[in-house]
Design a protein around this ligand. Sequence first.
Ligand code: AMP
Length: 510
Amino acid sequence: MMHVGKSKAMNENLIAIFLSRHAGFAAKPALIWQDDVVCTFGELPAAIGRARAALAVLGVKRGDRVMVKAENSPGFALTYLAVLATGAIFVPVNPAYTASEVALLIEDAAPALLVHGSATAVPPEGDGLTRATLNPDGTGSFSELAARLEPDFAVEAMAASDLAAILFTSGTTGRPKGAMLMHRNLSSNVAALHDVWRFSDADAILHSLPLFHAHGLFVALHLGLYSAATVHLLGRFDAAKVVSLLPTVSVFMGVPTFYTRLLDRADFDRAATATIRLFVCGSAPLLPSVFAQFEARTGQRILERYGMTEAVMITSNAYDRDGRIAGTVGYPLPGVELRVVGGEARAELGVGEIGDIEIRGPNLCAGYWRRAEATAQAIGPDGFFVTGDTGWRDASGRVTIAGRSKDLIISGGFNIYPAELEMVLAEVDGVTDVAIIGVPHRDFGEAVVAVVTTDRPDMDAALIAAVAQEKLARFKQPKAIRIVTEFPRNAMGKVLKAELRNRFADIFAT
Ligand code: AMP
């Protein structure tokens, strides 16, 4: 008998949404690891269910936080899915953090359980926190417990606004803040990306991004699960391994450093990339010179997108070849509103004017965990979130990032946007990368310093200065140029500008 009227509320748990999309793909591999099938889509519910049963044995209940500090592994992905199926909140942590760094995060997130790799640093036991281990080779008390248990197939009923995860922002400065991601944020974002990037069950994704970061967890992994596309997971990015596996997949996602490392290899060419329909790049700016080199080598254009932990993906270049343009991050995803504001009144700026990027939409997190003040500072009364990035839009609405607002350099009263200078100086022959920073200067307040890496043994700062003089207004020209062997970077390949600023703080000291 049909019931009309009151229907049972839909389960908005992201896991219920994923599993509802796997009908008809029971025999297809869902996850591949070290060239073996971990589970098919038909076997996935039981694999999640065993991890769910292990969480229950360890005392995890709905609403609890589960912190995971581990390297990539199938167990990591399954634990994540099981935490959400339980109605608990997933809190991934960079496995490279020290014991004292993670102690602060434990204090903040107050997890009911810490799952960690045996080789990663954690605070000494005796603090009352339940722990279990999870290793890339499949060993560890958590995996061993899960393997012994009968699967619990239940998927807790969640509302769209219930929390799914807390991700600490990579925080290149300051104490990390936990962005509270709701089930709605994750499900709306993956649905938008699925459409804009034209995913289907015909795809296979080569996944070498860290799973503790939004890019690896919410973009690469989610798109596979949402599209019923196989995810081939790697422990970490390894250029030789990636080149050898590309012919088995259709999509690759990376950060700019992945692409430069691939281009360093002679065997990375048209043949190696012939099966790929989509190379995605983000998390840090992709130099137009790398975009051009990539196109010349492979015949393909990288699709650049812009996102952040607090809002998952925000903008993307358009899918079609002509829509993939170097140096820009494209258009807001469906449902996402983006505005560029400036001045005292925080008024919306016109075409071509650089200002602060603010966004609003179903992708935007609920705020920062236990940080009401930081949340109120970041999300205004009208619901727009201050991203901390600066940029501008062209007449069609296409967005270009100019830099982080805290990286803005004000020299002699003029605003200088690092990204503009970085793009110009990256074109100098022999320059492999550029970071523009501002350092204290007695007359100008701040002075522009260009820090560069090079592959030319005879590189001379004068060559770079000459290009700057030719192409940049005088006030933008670097007052000092420093050649270094390597930039300090975080796990996502972002240059740690604060570290460079400290290192070169005394150049103009008097
Ligand atoms: P995270 O929260 O670690 O993902 O870092 C987010 C920040 O990375 C953004 O606020 C931007 O500053 C930067 N970012 C992400 N994607 C891009 C991009 N395509 N171009 C330039 N910066 C980016």
